[in-house]
Ligand binder design. Structure first.
Ligand code: NAI
Ligand code: MG
Length: 345
């Protein structure tokens, strides 16, 4: 049978990089079941023209698919009445509780910089992203509040996923990122729950995994100075968001860093970058993060050969350094980079 893949390019360069990822998947031939693609609407432009950022048909089509690729949304930084980010909503609706973001430098390209090979495992449904914000007027001016939700259930399942990932990696190390010196209740629960995961595992499954922890601010500092100390970093939603963008800077460009949003029943690939309005529409967006996101998605579904072929093709193009978009110092177009990848596939 076929592999049903929902495609949600959404806004800005999402419309340029998601078609590239589609072309790369199509080039895999018999390594995967025959792909069937569904183009689906969402995003700020969709909101502007239809009044909703996430049409019900999109959610329904995804529920009928095996997996999906999401581009990027342009979320305004000031409140727009009626608008809320579709990616945050999708993560909740499909219960995609983990955002997994591997950040890896392609060795030959790293020159004297230390080699980076880490994966950020970001909790995807809670923390400040529950978006319960209120504002009131007081005698001394306005007062705004946000609720930060951390539950044992969500912390445990993200912890398990981090330990599972660590099992498959040579260093077998999990670093818990938190700020429980200040937020001892919420971050305290996150930290304690993850520390306890090995105790509840069957047959000592995680007994050989080393657990470390790091306060989030010093974690960022050390990430820049000695990124090689990290293997799997597990973090609540907001810290994970920030850390993974920071880690992306170490490997040259946001345009290289992929992710998947994963739940127990669905997986959605998504480049870590946003809609990049500064370069949108010029055909120069780097498609490699999206192609790598397609690879991660396929790997998660168990299509290891297909995933390997995509990753090898991307790594080869980066290593050769001949056909690169401007964010990596090159002068090639999105299409030229895609063509180079397709040739290697
Ligand atoms: P951004 O990630 O869109 O761009 C940051 C910088 O990196 C820009 O200079 C951009 O040109 C560059 N860049 C990003 N991806 C690139 C690629 N594939 N190729 C070449 N260069 C690339 O972040 P920014 O500018 O802060 O946000 C723009 C919009 O995207 C905002 O509306 C924001 O809300 C949204 N956004 C959406 C995300 C999502 O859909 N998950 C994640 C982050 C931001
Ligand atoms: Mg981000």
């Amino acid at each position: 049978s076929s592999l049903k893949i929902g495609l949600i390019p959404a806004d800005g360069i999402g419309k340029e990089v998601i078609p590239a990822a589609r072309a790369a998947i199509e080039a895999l031939g018999s390594d995967i079941p025959k792909p069937e693609f569904y183009n689906l609407d969402a995003g700020f432009e969709c909101f502007a023209s239809t009044g909703t950022a996430l049409p019900e048909e999109t959610v329904e089509a995804l529920q009928d698919s095996h997996c999906a690729l999401f581009g990027a949304v342009s979320s305004p930084i000031t409140k727009v009445t009626g608008y809320s980010s579709p990616i945050v909503a999708l993560r909740k609706k499909l219960d995609l509780y983990a955002n997994v973001r591997p950040v890896v430098s392609v060795a030959e390209n790293a020159q004297e910089k230390p080699r980076v090979d880490l994966v950020v495992v970001r909790e995807n449904t809670e923390c400040l992203y529950v978006k319960q914000e209120t504002i009131t007027s007081t005698e001394s001016g306005k007062e705004a509040r946000a609720t930060r939700l951390i539950t044992e259930r969500a912390s445990r399942r993200i912890g398990r996923l981090a330990f599972e990932l660590a099992l498959g990696r040579p260093r077998q190390l999990v670093t818990i990122i938190h700020k429980s010196n200040v937020l001892s209740v919420t971050d305290g629960l996150f930290r304690e729950t993850i520390r306890a995961v090995p105790r509840f595992a069957e047959n000592g499954r995680y007994d050989n995994i080393q657990i470390e922890e790091q306060i989030v601010d010093s974690a960022v500092y050390r990430l820049f100075r000695e990124p090689q100390i990290y293997d799997v970093m597990v973090a609540p939603n907001l810290y994970g968001d920030i850390i993974s963008d920071a880690a992306a800077a170490l490997v040259g460009s946001l345009g290289l860093v992929p992710s998947i949003n994963a739940g127990d029943n669905f997986v959605m690939g998504e480049p870590v970058h946003g809609s990049a309005p500064d370069i949108a529409g010029r055909g120069i967006a780097n498609p490699l993060a999206s192609i790598r996101s397609a690879a991660l998605m396929l790997r998660h579904l168990g299509y290891l050969n297909g995933a390997d072929r995509l990753d090898k093709a991307v790594d080869g193009v980066i290593r050769e350094g001949q056909v690169l978009t401007p964010d990596l110092g090159g002068s090639s177009k999105t299409q030229e980079v895609l063509d180079a990848v397709l040739k290697k596939i």
